[in-house]
Design a protein around this ligand. Structure first.
Ligand SMILES: [Zn+2]
Length: 188
């Protein structure tokens, strides 16, 4: 059966230079664990909803460059790096799109809007180019080796206990909203 490959990359985790990098911890949450669960559940939802017309590659091992290469090898049509970083005052959902392809902004807006609706928080979209510093944002390392349209997702911020509680309380709706947005974009 014909199918389309997409890739989800766990932020942090398997970098050989930092083997115990689980991202940030706050309020009893560990970033990499929360993201691993969410991205795996979205992957399962996408494969079930499309009867595997879309297959999701989960990338956890190796450094960011190695993970990007594995996505490139299977010709992925979409690449999302998943984070729940620590950002004091972070009261929004954020999708960062690859500044090398400005047409990516459309999907970034759709994904941020869908998540913002479920969590009832503002939806932000940024380019991976930082205009004030005249260089790519720090997180660009997540996606700079990726051929596919590439995005960094901050579903919300781990040090915001209200938003993390909403993430847990609306978990199934959140999984559905993210999965449906991706399916509509890939349109298999
Ligand atoms: Zn992170």
């Amino acid at each position: 059966m014909e199918h389309v490959n997409i890739s989800f990359m766990l932020g942090h985790w398997g970098k050989r230079s930092r083997p115990n990098d689980r991202g940030v911890s706050s309020n009893g949450y560990v970033e990499a664990y929360e993201n691993l669960k969410l991205m795996a559940d979205v992957a399962i939802a996408i494969e079930e909803k499309t009867n595997k017309a879309i297959r999701v590659q989960l990338l956890c091992d190796g450094n960011y460059s190695e993970r990007a290469q594995r996505s490139n090898q299977i010709g992925s049509k979409l690449f999302i790096a998943w984070h729940l970083n620590y950002t004091p005052g972070g009261n929004y959902t954020l999708v960062i799109y690859d500044h090398r392809n400005s047409s990516n902004v459309g999907f970034a807006r759709e994904l941020a809007t869908a998540i913002g609706k479920v969590l009832n928080i503002p939806a932000n979209v940024w380019s991976s180019w930082d205009p004030s510093k005249q260089k790519p944002r720090r997180g660009f390392n997540n996606i700079k080796h990726v051929n596919a349209p590439a995005f960094i997702l901050e579903t919300c911020f781990i040090d915001n206990p209200v938003h993390m509680k909403r993430l847990k309380q609306n978990y199934d709706s959140l999984v559905d909203a993210i999965a449906n947005t991706i399916i509509n974009y890939i349109n298999p």
